[in-house]
Design a protein around this ligand. Structure first.
Ligand code: 8YV
Length: 329
């Protein structure tokens, strides 16, 4: 019997083709809703491999139920939806999609910063809604990006690539990270500082840190109050890194000038959410890595990782470096 691969979202035929020769493949065939928990659980019980998305919670219950499960390949660089420790304990490889999405996510992050600072979305709606009746000097005037100070919180690969983009705009670059990044300091002139100092000094604060117990809710009301009143906050990492209520209150109180958000506490965010009512908020549906080229490459990488593990070899992008495949009956 061929090993069984379950994919939690419909992927294009040409992407899954390489799997079909050696594996039985089944997919959750509805683009508009994530796979329900009970179906995920029953599929995990049968599957040798799962190809998952960020919206699938792959917790201990799913992992221990997967008696044949050998690999979970997540279509994302982040893996905060997966209990990696439990996976290691169960001998299940966890794979992600780093590197291939770095440039694309940095492009979107920088674009979101530009859109928010220069009020691009508001201005585009203004034209389409037939509100453009005359010209005035400060009509939809935003703020400059060039020569301003960019503060990057989370200087991983995406953070460094955003910093690279910023050098083209002759920005001063500040960063905060768990570890110092000598290459970014030497090559991009990025200046390391504490989180507290960074949020006070930066004109634009870009959050790119992974979601961990340490980063959860790190942007509190107090943090927003420390920012300049002209500051713009960009989040392209994970929603729960921010206290969303605090962000809303800071925006309404004029403690910061705007926010560009690609991620939210609860995704998809409800359209009635108060944050979405604010004209100085640009909201996107978590599209950081969403270019056709990059998503196709990410899907291919997941497929390659699954094929590698099911063949008994090491996958290209393994998260749990302590993974030891169990010999399963
Ligand atoms: C994912 C992301 O594509 O890679 C990540 O961690 O957040 C995005 O690039 C998206 O979450 C879909 O799973």
């Amino acid at each position: 019997m061929k090993p069984y691969v379950y994919i939690t979202r419909k992927l294009p035929d040409e992407v899954i083709k390489p799997l079909l020769q050696n594996f039985n493949v089944n997919m959750w065939d509805h683009d508009d809703v994530p796979v329900p928990r009970d179906i995920l659980l029953s599929e995990a019980k049968k599957a040798d491999a799962l190809l998952t998305m960020l919206s699938d919670t792959i917790d201990e219950a799913i992992l221990t139920a997967g008696k044949n499960l050998k690999v979970v390949a997540n279509l994302a660089v982040g893996f905060d939806n997966i209990d990696v420790k439990a996976a290691s304990r169960e001998g299940i490889a966890v794979c992600n999609t780093p590197d291939v999405l770095t440039d694309t996510t940095a492009d979107l992050t920088f674009g979101l910063l530009m859109a928010t600072a220069r009020r691009v979305v508001e201005a585009a709606e203004f034209v389409k809604e037939d509100k453009w009746k005359s010209w005035s000097p400060l009509l939809l005037a935003g703020h400059d990006i060039h020569h301003k100070t960019l503060g990057i919180v989370g200087m991983g690969k995406i953070g460094e690539t955003v910093a690279k983009r910023a050098t083209g705009f002759e920005m001063d670059i500040l960063y905060h990270n768990r570890t110092r990044k000598p290459a970014a300091e030497q090559q991009l002139g990025a200046v390391y500082m504490s989180f507290e100092e960074l949020v006070e000094k930066a004109d634009y604060i870009v959050c790119l840190t992974p979601l961990t117990p340490e980063t959860k809710n790190m942007f509190t009301r107090e943090v927003f109050q420390k920012m300049k009143q002209s500051a713009i906050f960009i989040n392209a990492s994970r929603g729960p890194v921010v206290d969303e209520q605090a962000l809303y209150e800071a925006l309404v109180a004029g403690e910061i000038a705007g926010a560009g958000l690609d991620v939210f506490d609860k995704e998809p965010i409800d359209a009635s959410h108060p944050l979405l009512k604010l004209s100085n908020v640009v909201a996107l549906p978590h599209i950081g890595s969403a270019s056709v080229e990059t998503r196709t490459t990410m899907m291919g990488l997941c497929i390659d990782n699954i094929a590698a593990v099911l063949k008994g070899t090491e996958p290209k992008t393994l998260v749990n470096k302590d993974w030891m495949p169990l010999v399963r009956a």
